[in-house]
Structures are given as C-alpha cells and as structure tokens.
Design a protein around this ligand. Structure first.
Ligand SMILES: [Zn+2]
Length: 81
C-alpha cells in the first residue's frame, strides 16, 4: 500500500507520510494557506512511496505464502511423474 508525503521545497520541509493522497493534499493546502498566503510555492509536491508487499507482510503471512508455493510445486512435481 503506498503512502504519501507533502514536501515544500521553499521551506525545505517534508511532512510525515500519510495513508491517503487526500490527507497529503490537506496538509499541502493548509501549508500553502497559512505559510504562503494561498500561493503555490515553487517546487512543492506530493511524493508517493511504495513498499514491497513482501516487506510489509508479517511472519504468518510469509509462512502461509511459502507453504502455498511449496504445495503448488509438489502438486506440479507429482503430476509430472
Ligand atoms: Zn512552505
């Protein structure tokens, strides 16, 4: 699942990552209004951070995946005999 972060290049600040693009837009709009008088600072933007699903999985999910792959491989090996 991706996360989003707003960065203002003028203030050289990146806000903490949030789970939805809308939350990052809210942080951006609030910052623009309060610090830059509603203007759009040069170079500001929202970055998308993607992580590998495998890296986010807990141990149980990893074990289940490994066992399922092993079962599929065993079934395929059995059928070829
Ligand atoms: Zn700023």
């Amino acid at each position: 699942m991706p996360s989003f972060a707003y960065r203002c290049q003028q203030c050289r600040t990146t806000w903490p990552r949030v789970l939805t693009h809308e939350e990052a837009v809210g942080a951006r709009d609030s910052h623009r209004d309060h610090v830059h008088g509603g203007g759009v600072p040069d170079g500001d933007g929202i970055t998308v951070h993607r992580t590998e699903r495998w890296a986010e999985a807990d141990d149980l999910e990893r074990w289940i995946t490994v066992v399922l792959v092993a079962v599929v491989l065993l079934v395929l090996a059995y059928k070829t005999l």
